[in-house]
Design a protein around this ligand. Structure first.
Ligand SMILES: Cc1ncc(COP(=O)(O)O)c(C=O)c1O
Length: 481
């Protein structure tokens, strides 16, 4: 672990979490009592008509009426008007405690004023984009290098998805090898080759509508934490074009929904070295959220390449980046006049002044205020409170956290897997529905979560905010059968 301070005081007992998750997934889903669910749903009908009207109309112009994969559609999507600190307000003026935090990037809390002011200054001067170099590109790359010394060089890109695409391309260009191995269930964006084994391990091309077989032919997945399976794939790939890279989310797939054992990342590093593959850390969520040194600083493991996303700009748009070893990154030189050797990536709006100034000041502010650690303390308080509710009411649910990334498993959809295909086939739909109901019940109780099972805390989550949230959670969790 480097000198930086981290959001995690002590790595959780991973084996104990899996034991509890196993108990949860092996019993019938605990649903919300029908009369309580009717009550929760009536909240939407009586208090959220503005959202309903807008998103109903949007269905005529926008497929399904929503554009964010993290939006709940049940009973209908919410239209948000205002976000500030720990709260969001919908168009009907209802206030919610915001544990979505835009899907993770806003460790400082939503719409943080000192960063917004710096962004406004740059917009006034140069507008959001000129297409040419801006000093903030350099400042941000230098700052990231200071915070994460493994990032010897950085390319800013448009999103996490794009940055994963770039990482894979440059890994292949550098190694001359073909295969890319990911952890089953992990999310690395929606590029053709990565929509493979999404959310649920072993599901391969389950969600690959519109993606040709060739695009995923060189993608492989292994079951979370199964190092023996990874080794077997690396051995097998020696005669199948070689492994260019192993890519992983360093706390475990889906932001640690299936958490890793603490030495997992180092063991994958060792395997990559043994087989000549690059190690790619996808730090789209963990980069700066676990601490200013990211997951790589916390675990003390050096990836060859690091993917950044929304966190690197604290949520401001065009948020992506790829960083890492100088010799590998040099494949990404940009500009007119290629030699045919570089890995071609880029984008008109990438590395624009707006994203770079936002990233630069957000990271400085996070460092100055110790935001990742404060957010981590809020995550600890929330998780301990949830664990106490679960214990006191003898509920089967499971709460655990990796600092400010908190998990509350009730429906446990993502804990299904292909090792138990009959259970998967039987329970996917009902558990999916329960997840939606839980999300709706939390929302009707004034809390916005990610997919009804994950909460990102931020620096804005004071003890009062967390204690208020716990009261609300208790109401929902105890209304289950
Ligand atoms: C770990 C991880 N990788 C990649 C992505 C994709 O990033 P983006 O949505 O910016 O394309 C996400 C998005 O949630 C993510 O959580």
């Amino acid at each position: 672990m480097s000198e930086q301070k981290y959001a995690i005081s002590e790595w959780h007992d991973t084996a104990e979490i899996y034991r509890k998750l196993d108990v949860l997934i092996n019993q019938p889903p605990h649903t919300i009592k029908p009369e309580k669910m009717t009550e929760y749903l009536s909240y939407f009908e009586t208090k959220c008509q503005g959202s309903k009207k807008l998103t109903d109309e949007a269905k005529q112009y926008i497929p399904g009426g929503v554009q964010h994969n993290l939006a709940f559609n049940y009973p209908f999507p919410m239209a948000i008007q205002k976000a500030e600190g720990a709260y969001m307000w919908d168009v009907d003026g209802n206030r919610y405690i915001d544990f979505l935090q835009a899907g993770g990037p806003t460790v400082l809390g939503s719409n943080y004023v000192p960063v917004r002011e710096k962004v406004m200054e740059v917009i006034k001067e140069s507008g959001p984009i000129t297409g040419l170099f801006h000093e903030y590109e350099l400042k941000l790359a230098q700052l990231v290098n200071r915070l994460m010394p493994n990032i010897e060089m950085l390319r800013m890109l448009g999103s996490g998805t794009e940055s994963v695409m770039a990482a894979i391309r440059v890994a292949r260009a550098h190694t001359g090898k073909r295969k890319v191995i990911k952890v089953g269930g992990a999310y690395h964006g929606w590029s053709d080759s990565m929509v493979f084994g999404l959310h649920i391990p072993g599901t391969g091309r389950f969600e690959s509508a519109g993606i040709p077989f060739g695009a995923t032919a060189n993608t492989e997945e292994f079951y979370p934490n199964d190092l023996a399976a990874l080794r077997r794939k690396l051995i097998f790939n020696r005669v199948r074009g070689g492994t260019a890279a192993v890519i992983l989310e360093p706390v475990g797939p889906e932001s640690g929904t299936r958490p890793i054992y603490k030495d997992f990342n180092q063991k994958v590093r060792d395997l990559c070295d043994e087989f000549g593959a690059l190690l790619i850390f996808d730090e789209v969520v963990t980069g700066f959220r676990l601490g200013m040194g990211g997951a790589q600083g916390y675990f003390g493991v050096k990836p060859d390449l690091t993917v950044f996303g929304k966190c690197i700009t604290s949520g401001y748009p065009m948020a992506g980046g790829l960083g890492g070893r100088r010799d590998v990154m040099l494949h990404l030189s940009a500009g007119i006049g290629g030699t045919g050797e570089r890995a071609y990536v880029g984008g008109t709006l990438s590395a624009n002044p707006l994203s770079c100034v936002a990233g630069y000041y957000a990271l400085l502010e996070m460092e100055r205020t110790n935001a990742p650690v404060i957010a981590g303390q809020a995550g600890d308080r929330l998780t301990k409170g949830l664990q106490a509710i679960i214990e006191n009411h003898h509920l089967p649910f499971v709460a655990f956290n990796q600092g400010s990334i908190c998990h509350l498993e009730t429906a446990a959809v993502m804990l299904l897997d292909f090792k138990h295909p009959i259970r998967l086939a039987k329970q996917l739909k009902p558990r999916n529905h329960l997840m939606q109901e839980m999300g709706a019940a939390y929302m009707a109780s004034g809390i916005i979560t990610l997919a009804g099972s994950r909460m990102y805390t931020s620096m804005a989550d004071t003890d009062e905010v967390i204690d208020d949230a716990l009261d609300r959670f208790e109401g929902v969790l105890t209304s289950t059968i």
